[in-house]
Design a protein around this ligand. Structure first.
Ligand code: NAD
Length: 487
């Protein structure tokens, strides 16, 4: 087996990256492209041995990296960002070939944001501070101490963006990292290892291991030398990871699925509301934050549906490398089956497809809108993770909020209304980690990000990331000449 494959003209090493060296495994798994189902290559398939080696490398590299002055850590992270920016075209085409999301959004939005992840957390580190305070003459000093090796596990829907949103703060904090990308889209994590090494990140500070979660996951998450686990993925996997982490009470950050609502009030700018709704088909609906439940106030429901149908029907579905494409393929035949299973069960239960409701050629699924769905039905309660929206109507704010909050998730919510006071009343009552009013997907790395209920545990972003990735310490120093007995 060759150690390198060429993907859209870009050479990608298929081995793990452990302790500053490329490491092969006895076994491999095949990585397929969602563009045409073709095999892109054989990827090193890690298991417990590779997990142990990667954690050992991270442990060995930790003391020196933790002791590296903040300014030097920040300098290296900016150099990583420079490396990402130099390779935006390569990263974008490899990511699109590997996971099927739009090339234009990888080029213009996602990969620049990957670089920004490194710059932002490097700069935030330099500003990270808490004012000292006094207790009867004693000084309290709060510090963010590096915690140790971190295991970061990421999904396939936005591979490098989600990986670096964890890698950057973990490294900035002075920790070392073992990154495990998803088996359906592992390639850009390997390129990141190259970029980090070229930027001067010392050996062992970032390690990348590949493989199936079921084979390598437990050895990573139950390892006693691991000090933090940050996971983005599905709720069932999160449960397994939490159980595994319980062995050592390893602190966890969990960013999970959602079933987020878009509430459209009758006083909303209806064209804006329709635009917000149609945007939910981005990345073929494989977006954790997607507002997949359209809740529309009764008086405007018919008109909303008419305008939505017109706009959604004009979306161009096809090759994600084409500038003109709006919706690409789903990631994998298994994901396509899963999506279609949800839709066919909903139709059998009495739902009506306003648009879509079926597969198309290749790995494409028709953008779908289902109505006549019951609040307690599977299609309203469970995350589909495909281009499938439901539409329900409501009468008044109370019913809107009740429907919006009535799932086990709480990742995000979007409200379309022309009334600022209504927006304040409604957003105050919504259970969600992020609420957007008359907008969608506006994200700032200074903001706390995460989900309520089963959409997650904890928050990352800005100082919250450092709170998670660090051991917070308060040091209390007595004044000169302090006599503990007599004060
Ligand atoms: P998944 O849970 O199947 O897999 C995610 C990762 O976990 C993969 O790398 C996988 O290999 C690994 N894994 C699987 N079993 C494991 C185990 N036992 N131990 C350790 N690791 C294991 O999720 P997915 O299908 O890749 O991603 C889709 C899900 O991710 C959706 O539910 C989506 O909502 C969620 N997601 C959430 C966010 C967020 O920020 N909240 C962002 C993107 C995606």
């Amino acid at each position: 087996m060759s150690d390198n494959i060429t993907v859209a003209g870009v050479s990608v090493d298929t081995r793990h990256w452990i302790g500053g060296r490329r490491v092969a495994s006895a076994g491999t798994f095949t990585d397929h492209s969602p563009l045409d189902g073709s095999a892109l290559g054989e990827i090193a398939r890690g298991g417990p041995d590779e997990a142990a080696a990667a954690v050992a490398a991270a442990r060995e590299a930790f003391p020196a990296w933790a002791a590296t002055p903040r300014a030097e850590r920040a300098r290296i992270l900016h150099a990583v960002a420079d490396g990402v920016e130099k390779r935006i075209e390569e990263l974008a085409i490899v990511e699109t070939t590997d996971n099927g999301a739009l090339l234009r959004s990888h080029r213009r939005g996602v990969m620049p944001r990957v670089a920004h992840n490194f710059r932002f957390f490097a700069d935030w580190l330099l500003r990270l501070d808490h004012e000292d305070f006094e207790t009867r003459g004693h000084t309290n000093h709060v510090s963010w101490d590096p915690a140790g090796p971190c295991v970061l596990i990421t999904p396939w829907n936005a591979p490098l963006m989600l990986a670096t949103w964890k890698v950057a703060p973990a490294l900035a904090a002075g920790n070392t990292v073992v990154l495990k990308p998803a088996e359906w889209s592992p390639l850009t994590a390997s390129l990141l290892a190259d970029i980090a090494a070229e930027a001067g990140l010392p050996a062992g500070v970032l390690n990348v291991v590949q493989g199936y979660g079921s084979e390598i996951g437990d050895a990573l998450t139950s390892h006693p030398d691991v000090r933090r686990i940050s996971f983005t993925g599905s709720v069932p996997t999160a449960r397994r990871i939490a159980a595994s982490a319980a062995a050592n009470l390893t602190p966890l950050s969990l960013e999970l699925g959602g079933k987020s609502p878009l509430l459209v009030f009758a006083d909303a700018d209806l064209d804006l509301a329709v635009d917000l709704a149609v945007e939910q088909y981005d990345n073929a609906g494989q977006v954790c934050l997607a507002a997949t439940r359209l809740l529309v106030e009764e008086p405007v429901a018919e008109e909303f549906t008419r305008r939505f149908t017109e706009k959604a029907s004009a979306l161009r579905q096809g090759d994600p490398r084409d500038e003109g494409t709006d919706i690409g393929p789903t990631i994998h035949p298994r994901q396509l089956d899963k999506i279609d299973g949800f839709v066919q069960r909903a139709l059998a239960a009495g739902a009506r497809a306003v648009i879509g409701g079926h597969r198309k050629d290749g790995q494409y699924y028709a953008p779908t809108l289902l109505t006549d769905v019951a609040q307690d039905s599977e299609i309203v309660q469970e995350e589909v993770f495909g281009p499938v929206l439901t539409l329900q109507t409501f009468a008044g704010e109370d019913e809107a909020v009740r429907l919006a909050n009535d799932t086990r998730f709480g990742l995000a919510a979007t409200v379309a209304t022309g009334d600022r006071e209504r927006a304040e009343r409604v957003t105050a009552r919504l259970v969600a980690g992020t609420v957007w009013v008359n907008c969608f997907f506006v994200r700032d790395l200074r903001a706390p990000f995460g989900g309520s209920r089963q959409s997650g545990v904890g928050r990352e972003g800005g100082t919250w990331s450092f709170d998670f990735y660090c051991d917070l310490k308060n040091t209390v120093t007595a004044p000169e000449g302090w006599d503990q007995d007599h004060g």
